[in-house]
Structure formats: structure tokens, C-alpha cells
Write a protein that binds this ligand. Structure first.
Ligand code: SAM
Length: 298
């Protein structure tokens, strides 16, 4: 198990010193809330199951608090930071760690597949480990999942409510299209609750560390993923509406009410149910049937 090094960046004192030394003011627009709690840093690193044969891709290293701990645990670390002002700071504070590569860029645009193939070549088991900026959590996670980048785990600290939605089960109030999408690609597990008091500056929300263990195979067989996710979105479009009414609004002109009722009946799904009660395999059956109907009509 990793222990925290002397002179750790992730303490309130050291963080304040570094911010002052480099004359940095933090940007709310980039989600710059820096973690200053040693126990939470260790929980995040330990949740990724890293060792010297494995690699870590960090998104948003800030001034390097988490990067430093990753560098002491993993064989190699690549850290993608969007804020140009932080690059010289990172190069300076992480100089003792030759196994760290700092990449200046927006993680939504960087060619991560190339980073994996080039920088991490030879290492088995690369995980994403990050304290993600709140403002762009879902696009980042969906990019990592949808591109099917070959990661082992994605261990991220994110807004508590978003983590709960990712891990929610059918029938719960948090279950929605994000739960279905995340659980299609991965097995989520909530690792730790994190109060807002452990950041500089303090955000307005509490956080949760969540681990997404990437699946080798999807849990269900889907012929057309785009269509599947369109159906899932449609079923949750208005949570108080029945499945039938949500589907009628989404597929207007493409399928009439009787066709939809027949499709639901053939899948054994009561049309007055709400989207939040459907299991993943029921969404799969429904989207498969609706696709057949759409194809037959065109
Ligand atoms: N890892 C540090 C920590 O735990 O203290 C900082 C985490 S802070 C919540 C988020 C970091 O992500 C900031 O350094 C911010 O500049 C960076 N960031 C924001 N948007 C980004 C993007 N699109 N691509 C890469 N980094 C980004």
C-alpha cells in the first residue's frame, strides 16, 4: 500500500506556499479546486490498484498533488493539463519523478489512443486516475468510455450526485440514461465520500470517489449502439411520462401508436411503466424491436 511521501504537495500548507510562490490565482471556470487531504489522496491512488508494472493517466493534475502520489506508485504517469500557467509549475515540482510525462492540452481533444500506444507501450494495465473538474465530468467520462480506450479502471473524484447517478440501479430516483450508459461500458463502485472542506478553494458541492471497472464485453448484445442509446434517452426524456408517451414523442412520424404498443407487448414491457423501471436487457430488447420496425418502414 502506498504511503505519502515527505514534502507532499497535497497538504494545505504546501499548496498555499506553491500558489504564492508561482503567483497563481485559481480559475473557477476550469474547475480548479485542489485537493489538500492526504488520506483522500491515498484512497484514490489505492483504489486504482496500481504497481510499478502499471500506468496511470491523470486528467487535470493542477499543481501535482495526485500526480506525485501516482508517480510513487505506478511505473509511468501521463498527466494532461489544459491550463498553460500550470505547466512550468508541474515541470518544477515533479522534477524528481522521471516517470511522469506532462501533456499540455484539453483532454477532450488530446489523442489518448496515441498516448496509450506510444508512452505506455510495454505496460499492462493502464488506469485513468483523476480529481475531475466538475464542469466537464460527463463529456470526459463518456469520451473515455465510448472510444473504448483500453483502460483497466477509471478512478475519479466527481460531484457526489453525478457519481450516484452513474452507479444507480433500476427503480431508484437517480437511475437514468447516464446510469445505463456508464453501466453498459463498466461496472461502477462507489469508493469514498469526500466533504467539500478538503479542497482549496472549497467548491459548493460534496464529492465521491468512484471506480469504473471497464468491461471486456458489454453485458448485453446490441446491434446498433447509437439507436440503443437514442431509445434509452427517449425513455427518460420526461420522467413523469409513461414509456409509451415518451416513445411517441421521440419517434413521432416514424412509428404509430399501435406499432409501439405491439413492440412493447412483444418485449413483455407494460406501456404504462416509467423508463426508470427498465433493466438494461429490457432497453436492449425494446431498441432491437423498434429498430426492426424502423428498418421495415424505410
Ligand atoms: N489534480 C489536482 C488536485 O487533485 O488537486 C487538480 C484537480 S482540479 C479539480 C481539475 C484540474 O483539471 C485543474 O487543474 C484544471 O485546470 C484541469 N482541467 C480543467 N479542464 C480540463 C480539460 N478539459 N482538460 C485537461 N485538464 C483540465
Amino acid at each position: 500500500m502506498n504511503t505519502l511521501s515527505q514534502g507532499a504537495i497535497g497538504s494545505p500548507k504546501r499548496t498555499k506556499e506553491l500558489l504564492q510562490k508561482y503567483g497563481l490565482t485559481l480559475k473557477k471556470s476550469l474547475g480548479q479546486n485542489f485537493l489538500v487531504d492526504r488520506n483522500i489522496l491515498l484512497k484514490i491512488v489505492n483504489a486504482a490498484g496500481l504497481d510499478s508494472a502499471k500506468g496511470a493517466l491523470e486528467i487535470g493534475p493542477g499543481i501535482g498533488a495526485l500526480t506525485q502520489q501516482l508517480a510513487e506508485t505506478a511505473g509511468k504517469v501521463a498527466a494532461v493539463e489544459i491550463d498553460q500557467r500550470l505547466i512550468p509549475v508541474l515541470e518544477d515540482v515533479l522534477r524528481p519523478y522521471p516517470n511522469v510525462k506532462i501533456i499540455h492540452g484539453d483532454v477532450l481533444k488530446v489523442n489518448l489512443r496515441a498516448v496509450l500506444a506510444d508512452y505506455f507501450s510495454g505496460l499492462q494495465g493502464i488506469s485513468v486516475v483523476a480529481n475531475l473538474p466538475y464542469y466537464v465530468t460527463t463529456p470526459i467520462v463518456m469520451r473515455l468510455l465510448e472510444e473504448r480506450l483500453p483502460f483497466e479502471n477509471i478512478v475519479i473524484m466527481i460531484q457526489k450526485e453525478v457519481a450516484e447517478r452513474m452507479a444507480a440501479k433500476p427503480g431508484s430516483k437517480d437511475y437514468g440514461s447516464l446510469s445505463v450508459a456508464v453501466q453498459y461500458f463498466s461496472e461502477p463502485e462507489l469508493v469514498a465520500q469526500v466533504p467539500r472542506t478538503v479542497f482549496i478553494p472549497q467548491p459548493n458541492v460534496d464529492s465521491t470517489v468512484i471506480r469504473l471497472k471497464l468491461r471486456n464485453e458489454p453485458p448485453i448484445e446490441i446491434e446498433d449502439e447509437d439507436f440503443f442509446f437514442r431509445v434509452v434517452q427517449a425513455c427518460f426524456a420526461q420522467r413523469r411520462k409513461t414509456l409509451l408517451n415518451n416513445l411517441l414523442s421521440a419517434f413521432v412520424g416514424k412509428a404509430d401508436k399501435q406499432l409501439l404498443l405491439t413492440a412493447l407487448d412483444q418485449c413483455g414491457i407494460d406501456p404504462v411503466r416509467r423508463g426508470e423501471t427498465l433493466q438494461m436487457h429490457e432497453f436492449a430488447a425494446l431498441s432491437g424491436r423498434l429498430r426492426e420496425i424502423a428498418n421495415a418502414e424505410s
